[in-house]
Design a protein around this ligand. Structure first.
Ligand code: FE2
Ligand code: FE2
Length: 483
């Protein structure tokens, strides 16, 4: 398939949006540079796209292009930590910190070749004793002087504060590690190598441990509205959702880990879908959709090639786009019933896809996502879907909400009143952070205790309001079937 030129950039996007998209490009380019040679057309295309992004940036004084620094495992741009983008870019961050660097700088006159050489350098393991200066010397020896690694320096990130109004509670490093293991799976598949199931299983087990300990931060991770081209973040979020849901259905520890592993690998067949389709930032054409719809078959084939593959993992990879009534894809000649694990993964897969940000759509609120899912007929198991909705709630765990008092709070548990969860206050009514670790926890379902507090609206950490419930009776419009 020929490489298509990128669509013209919409003029309304902010610099921050542009940088986030560019970091995603860089992260994807780095994976491509690990799979292919640095002079492969896909790497060159990624480099071209990155160089173009840098030229699009509005320059500020003292900067010659793009300057990204690294602090606390996060990429930082002009003092703003790029939380979601940093998660997908863990390899990029690792490549910088492994050389003792403090960031990257790409000048606005950097050529495609300059960026391609930068990517090639970052994708390679550091040589013995190679630091950021040696890295820059190697680039200079290749005639590349418009890109460089920055020396370590202190950047203006105040602890974990984000814009002074709320705090980052996402366990970024753990999330990055999950993404990393899935990147390894993809690189290995593309090289015709083996999948290290033990690594994937140990990450599923770690997810479960965290969910059993304190699900709030991890479920907040499931709400990071950051897109990554290879959809590794999607698979991790689906796994967190699936395991959290499955915990309400079974207490079988081993089975929960198998479900988590199946969820982490459900889209492994996408490794064989052409990158231009995976990476497309617009709606797919009919032909591209057909190609994309092969990924469940690819996934099952890849897994069947491994003796160690769990049948549950194979079943989920194969069946997670098949409906309960046999529709969907792949087609089979004989009737084929999905296993329960496949139905769990399928529900979480759809929910994640609807509530996540994509280049061509904003994230949907949980309520709207539930409505869409309820209208999908036999595609999803309706009894299971109802259980999922009850468990996940209108305001899912980890959701940031604005209270009637003006305070901001984080949802930490559901109650028997679906729009009145238990929350933990994060700011006072004026928006100042409450840094006390024992900050007030409130059960909003107890009006006698908190008569003046309710939820005005749900807010995402990085994006505007997504849902405004007015009152509890709103649920009458909610088409839940009787179980
Ligand atoms: Fe899929
Ligand atoms: Fe998926």
């Amino acid at each position: 398939m020929s490489l298509k030129p990128r669509e013209p950039l919409p003029e309304s996007r902010s610099t921050q949006d542009l940088v986030v998209e560019m970091v995603d490009d860089l992260a994807a380019a780095l994976v491509n540079a690990r799979i292919y040679r640095p002079d492969h057309p896909r790497v060159i295309e990624s480099a071209r796209s990155t160089a173009r992004f840098v030229r699009e940036l509005t320059p500020v004084e003292g900067e010659r292009g793009l300057r990204l620094s690294v602090a606390n495992d996060l990429l930082v741009h002009r003092g703003h930590p790029l939380v979601g983008a940093s998660i997908a870019a863990s390899r990029l961050i690792g490549a910088i910190t492994a050389r003792g660097g403090g960031g990257l700088e790409i000048d606005d006159d950097a050529s495609n070749d300059d960026v391609a050489r930068l990517l090639g350098g970052l994708a390679a393991r550091p040589n013995e004793g190679e630091d950021w200066q040696a890295f820059n010397t190697q680039l200079a020896n290749l005639g590349t002087r418009s890109v460089r690694m920055l020396p370590p320096f202190v950047v203006g990130v105040r602890g974990t504060a984000l814009g002074g109004r709320t705090t980052i509670v996402t366990p970024v490093k753990f999330y990055q590690s999950c993404i990393d293991v899935l990147q390894e799976v993809t690189v290995s598949i593309c090289h015709g190598g083996r999948i290290e199931f033990a690594d994937v299983q140990s990450h599923a087990e770690a997810v479960l441990r965290r969910l059993e300990g304190d699900e709030g931060p991890l479920m907040n991770l499931a709400r990071q509205d950051q897109y990554d081209a290879f959809t590794f973040g999607h698979s991790v979020r689906v796994a967190v959702l699936a395991m959290n849901f499955a915990r309400t259905l079974t207490s079988d520890h081993e089975l929960l880990i198998r479900i988590g592993t199946a969820a982490l690998l459900h889209d492994c067949g996408k490794s064989l879908v052409p990158f231009e389709i995976l990476h497309s930032r617009k709606q797919l054409s009919a032909e591209e959709k057909r190609e994309m719809s092969k990924h469940p078959s690819y996934g099952a084939e890849i897994l069947l090639d491994h003796d160690a593959a769990d049948p549950l993992t194979i079943a989920a990879a194969f069946g997670h786009h098949r409906s309960c009534d046999g529709k969907g894809y792949p087609n089979t000649l004989q009737e084929h019933h999905n296993l329960l694990v496949t139905e769990i993964v399928k529900i979480c897969d759809v929910y994640e896809a609807l509530t996540a940000a994509r280049p061509y759509k904003r994230p949907m609120s949980p309520v709207r996502a539930y409505r869409v899912m309820m209208s999908m007929g036999e595609h999803l198991d309706r009894k299971l879907l109802r259980r999922f909705i009850e468990n996940n709630g209108i305001f899912p765990i980890g959701q940031l909400v604005l209270l009637t008092t003006g305070e901001r709070a984080r949802v930490i548990a559901q109650t028997n009143r679906i729009v009145f969860p238990r929350v933990k206050l994060e700011t006072d009514p004026h928006g100042s952070p409450l840094l006390d670790p024992d900050a007030l926890t409130i059960d909003l379902s107890l009006p006698q205790t908190h008569p003046h507090r309710g939820i005005v609206e749900a807010i995402t950490d990085l994006a505007p309001t997504v849902v405004k419930p007015r009152a509890e009776p709103d649920l009458t419009t909610f088409p839940l079937p009787s179980v």
